[in-house]
Design a protein around this ligand. Sequence first.
Ligand SMILES: [Ca+2]
Length: 101
Amino acid sequence: MASPLEQALAVTLSTFHKYSAKQGDKFKLSKAELKDLLTKEHRSFSQKQMDDAEFQKIMSDLDANKDNEVDFQEFACFLPCVATGCNDFFKDHRPKQLRKK
Ligand SMILES: [Ca+2]
């Protein structure tokens, strides 16, 4: 049986391919596919009501080789940034009795 971490990696990969296969190159996310993935699979993006300029900035930041698509390697670089943000949030918001002085 896969460990929780292995399951998380499998879900990450299958989620990427669920969206990347929708149009064009099935191994890369177009801008529309990336937007669809982020708004449907990541609650903070769906709640933000991002305008096109904000979304273009994310796309441009992720698209390291500037081919106007996001491959899995480029997408995978984004995940530690999100995880780091979540980790920082939990460090700052955990109950006071659990914080080290
Ligand atoms: Ca790219």
